[in-house]
Design a protein around this ligand. Structure first.
Ligand code: NAD
Length: 464
């Protein structure tokens, strides 16, 4: 795989400050596919300086012109989608059709949405005798995870650029090659030097340096709760803006009148997609007592189609594999009924985990409370609709969810009572403009669409 041995800073690939590198491993066969530089605080500092220097010019660029550059970036991402898909498959292990449709396809949609929003957004509004100006916050430090390597980058960089901010990105150490491709696309699209900068490196060094840098005005982070807490505390101490997207334990609520087969099949597909490494995955399926066993049987049939190495890929690395298998063991220990899968690795090579379904999961079990981030579905039984609501709202998270009812009205009535940021009603389609983000400990702030853009703006009022 092609890998740059430098950092993308100030519109050019520059040598890294230090000699250390990170090996990039293909999780499907455990082979090293490339090396990227492990950035230091010095690299981060150079990138933040470049972003600061570029900020006044980019902030003053008319929104229509910024929109044109983002549209050019979208076009490059679209033109290079095969290369992007192959790179994601190589470093994340996702099956190629998934990489093509989702990992390469969705970022084109999201970049396109911000090309349009940059051109149409009301950056100025009248309020009585005031003119309210919505101005870019400044330099953004973006720290992204590996689960949707390009989407996570575009969901931060595109709105930041649309708002007039400049960006320094520290991508996940497992998937830096996709981030390098994005930097190439930025260069090819002709964005001005310094508007977007990339520093690869490990979280505790480069990530921490970026989050704590005094030249960064806003930190946008997606990843684990533990790191998110630390970043939030650092930002708080410096009175700096922060956006955190920290995962979830979302509920797929199947009400008594719903189409059970459809709800279960879509629910299983949702959890198994990307090997369960989706922060918004509906990892808890809630079914009424009467149709519970029928749902369990349907889920067991549906999950059998996810053959490891064919329809479902490995998880990202050995640490995640051990973590997910640990959760499966915990589920068995705590008395859940294993319906499919289990803790044994299904293949000798690669970081594979058996697609697993647990029945008889109770709300207090670890597997019903903690984010597993692997192909593991828990099916819970509820007694009545109020009980379903208590269970659905009964975790520290609140990122996403689904409700299936006899009709949309019934499902919406339930969704209104859920403590969560996004709910799909009777299999509602993905909308790249819909705000995405958490209630409770799932995070702070929203990504995507106009709400995602407003995260990168600050407000000034002028009175006449
Ligand atoms: P992580 O939080 O350690 O990594 C996410 C990003 O933060 C990476 O770019 C990493 O380099 C960086 N980082 C790590 N330590 C940092 C620090 N001290 N300061 C600044 N940046 C730092 O996540 P992980 O270890 O890759 O995954 C662990 C768990 O996190 C997963 O099992 C899953 O539960 C959760 N997770 C959630 C999401 C999500 O989309 N919300 C994504 C990935 C992982």
């Amino acid at each position: 795989m092609k890998a740059h041995d430098g950092m993308y800073i100030g519109g050019e690939w520059r040598p890294a400050a230090g000699p250390d590198t990170i090996a990039v491993v293909n999780p499907a066969d455990e082979q090293v596919i490339g090396h990227v530089p492990a950035g230091t605080a010095e690299d981060v500092d150079a990138a933040v300086r470049a972003a600061r220097a570029a900020f006044p010019g980019w902030a003053a660029t008319p929104p229509a012109e910024r929109a044109g550059r983002i549209a050019a970036l979208r076009d490059v991402l679209a033109a290079r989608k095969d290369e992007i898909a192959e790179t994601v498959t190589a470093e994340l292990g996702s099956p190629l059709p998934l990489s093509q449709a989702v990992h390469a396809g969705v970022p084109v949609l999201v970049a396109g949405s911000y090309a349009e929003l940059a051109a149409s957004y009301a950056f100025e509004e009248k309020l009585g005798n005031s003119t309210v100006l919505l101005e870019p916050v400044g330099v953004v430090g973006a720290i992204t995870p590996w689960n949707y390597p390009l989407h996570q980058i575009v969901a931060k960089a595109a709105p930041a650029l649309a708002a007039g901010c400049t960006v320094v990105l520290k991508p996940a150490e497992d998937t830096p090659l996709t981030a390098q491709l994005f930097a190439e696309a930025v260069q090819e699209a002709g964005l001005p030097a310094g508007v977007f900068n990339l520093v690869t490196g490990i979280g505790a060094v480069a990530g921490q340096a970026l989050a704590g840098h005094e030249g960064v005005d806003l930190v946008s982070f997606t990843g684990s709760t533990a790191v998110g807490r630390r970043i939030g505390a650092t930002a708080g101490a410096a009175v700096k803006r922060v956006a955190l997207e920290l995962g979830g334990k979302s509920a797929n609520v199947i009400l008594p009148g719903a189409d059970l087969a459809k709800a279960v099949n879509v629910g299983v597909a949702n959890v198994m997609s990307n090997s369960g490494q989706t922060c918004s995955a509906w990892t808890r399926m809630l079914v009424d007592a009467e149709r519970y066993e029928e749902a369990v049987a349907l889920a067991a049939t549906a999950v059998a189609k996810y053959v490891p190495g064919e329809r479902i890929g490995p998880v990202v690395n050995a640490k995640q594999q051990a973590r997910v298998r640990g959760y499966i063991e915990k589920g068995v220990e705590e008395g859940a009924r294993l319906v499919a899968g289990g803790p044994e690795a299904p293949r000798d090579q690669g970081y594979y985990v058996s697609p697993t379904v647990f029945a008889d999961v109770t709300p207090d079990m670890t597997i019903a409370q903690e984010e597993i981030f692997g192909p593991v579905l828990s099916i819970l039984r509820y007694e009545d609709v109020d009980d379903a609501l208590r269970i659905a709202n009964g975790t520290v998270y609140g990122l996403a969810g689904a409700v299936w009812g006899a009709d949309d009205e019934e499902a919406v009535a339930f969704a209104r009572r859920m403590d969560t940021g996004q709910v799909d009603i009777n299999g509602g389609r993905f909308n790249p403009l819909a705000p995405f983000g958490g209630y409770k400990q799932s995070g702070v702030g929203r990504e995507l669409g106009p709400h995602g853009l407003s995260e990168y703006l600050q407000t000034k009022s002028l009175q006449f």
